[in-house]
Write a protein that binds this ligand. Sequence first.
Ligand code: UDX
Length: 467
Amino acid sequence: VEDTATGGDHRRRRRVLFFPLPFQGHINPMFQLAGVLHSRGFAITVFHTHFNAPDASRHPDYHFVPVPDDDGGTPTPGDGGAPPAADTLHVTLERVLAVNRACEAPFRELLAALLEQRRDEVACLVADAHLLTLLDVARELGVPTLVLRTGSAACFRIFMAFPMLCDMGYQPARESELDLPVRELPPYRVRDLLSTSAAGHAVMSEVISRLVKAVATSSGLILNTFDALESAELASLRRDLPAAVQVFDVGPLHKLSPSPATSTSLLRQDRRCLDWLDTQAPASVLYVSFGSLASMSATDIAEAAWGIADSDVPFLWVLRPAIVPGSGAGAPPLPDGFLAAVDGRGVVVGWAPQEEVLEHAAVGAFWTHCGWNSTVEAVCAGVPMLCRPWFGDQMGNARYVADAWRVGVELDGEIERGKVAEAVAAMVMDGGTRRRARELGKRAAESVAGGASGVNVDKLASHIMAL
Ligand code: UDX
């Protein structure tokens, strides 16, 4: 272990405090970043909620501080934190605000206690961009703050432009204007913005203005992205943010972090699917997963299932327990006759070791919801994507996949079996998209191997040492 942060015998080891937002798509990159900084010699303390708490035993070198968060809700066992209501986005945003409220007082107390013992060691707090209240608490107690935003640079650009988008009438979106281009921010269309119902607009506006404030009042924005993917977007953020906020593009974090992906999974990853992939031909399998939060109706599942069956393509499908709201933690309902119809041509699991799956030679395409982590993981693995975004930043990510990088295609509208079968079969056959996906994957690998990502991590480490 390189130990640059100890500064030899003369100085004390510097400690970085982390506070992830307690959702899988936010926990993974936060722990990957912690792993990267730990390997640069920093000591690590992780503050976390009881809700979706990390498993401390998988990180014996880290110091964990549980923060009571009664308002944050109690997860249904094994559901990975999926809200039990149909409007997942709205419920998730409300929960984000609730976590801030519930943790404020206990975090203040616990951080003050830690500072009493270790003030000299503490370099800074790195918190999720959604945790403005807790970032404010840290600053009030004299701790410098950095923000990890777990989405793309392009998405943060949309957050910064949100007041303009509202003034110009793009948000909240009107049904009749969904296909219009957002001329100020190509390649977005109105439907790719963070649109929510008019009723959800108030909470969305509040959450976005808090995100922007969290970044603007911190001394750095850390993004899980890299120049080969988002150079123009990164340049625009560097231009538009206050000069005191440095932007660190330290992605792809999952390729830089020494910790295995299994160490932060909230659900048990079913590794048997890797053995099944070993038996399949190269680039032949469709991998299907919609991340940790998206919900589906039983009808959507049936249409997706029959579409996959009719495509005649081998598949590995992640159907998370409780993906159907209100269905409990049992296995989600597959339509009668589906398993007999596919006759061993595919495997359905509750949760997969996704990074390893995407890197497996047998995987030829990824039907994804375009969560940012899934998108970056697929880009790095060089796997083309069939994009079916659900909410939030996912539509914008899909737009980049399909129109900016051209490494995938979008499946628009309702999930319908005929459309699914056609799109899946076309995707697996499409040589052009596959070639571009492989090329982009190579550029990502060069960014890691060629050191650009590592240089940016070094810059971040120096910045932290200087705070
Ligand atoms: C959420 C939002 O949906 C996403 O848009 C935002 O950018 C981050 O927060 P989530 O829906 O969970 O995240 O999607 P994603 O960002 O793709 O993260 C899912 C993570 O779970 C990935 O790191 C993926 O590797 C992992 N995963 C997924 C598994 O380990 N196993 C699986 O079976 C599926």
